[in-house]
Design a binder for this molecule. Sequence first.
Ligand code: ZN
Length: 276
Amino acid sequence: MPEGDSVWRAGRRLNRGLREHLIVRSDFRVSRHATADLTGLRVRGTETHGKHLFTRFDDDLSLHTHLRMDGEWTVLGVGKRLPARLADNIRVLLETDGGQLAVALRMPVVELMRTSDEVRITDLLGPDPLRHDWDATEAVRRLGADPARALVAALLDQRLLAGLGNLWVNELLFVRGHSPWTPACEVDLTRLVAMAVRMLRQSITVRGNGQVTTGDPRAGHEHWVYGRSGQPCRRCGTAVRHVGEIPGDAERRATWWCPSCQPGPGPDDHRRPGQR
Ligand SMILES: [Zn+2]
């Protein structure tokens, strides 16, 4: 699941393969930039903010990408080829003078822009725990600014804290013992944010898939509640509950929780006035 930590890893892969190299071939297979050609430009590096990647080149040019649900950046070493079955998934291909090939697969957002215009996007994002300019106090302030808002919705709102996706938010709320619909004002947000930071940072420091919250990396054992609808809670045995996503409603994303370990309001107990 592409969340802030997977995006950070993608940025690191791009930096290792491309930074300070010249582009010798580029191919944009998206209609908007079908004629773009970055040949001859030097890659200055890739920055990430939340779930956004900005790969910067000479001449104030940036390639903005966003993985959304299943986009992916892969970097192939010298002489390596992408399996033919993935050819239809290619959206961007960048080859460097070092022989590396960076390929964006199934990428839903591919946008060439001025580097100086990145702020149009980053100004809308909250602090990111994986960036050097992380500001925990500011994240806590933003999360608490709407005290009645359900924690699950506040934590997923990238304008408040950038980088947490559905997996981390569900697991974080289990670990802290809060019902996902607890109003933000009712919990210790400083401790909640500190735990979120610890989880994300731990994820980027382990090898392989870092998105394991239980400490058990075996398939099917990685998570406390995420994706475990109806299965017994690993801590108390109560069946894990799940509510599905309501398309177009930012306040209602797919959510999993243990009603026993995470006491508090249920999904229908927390509605703002006027909400159906
Ligand atoms: Zn439980």
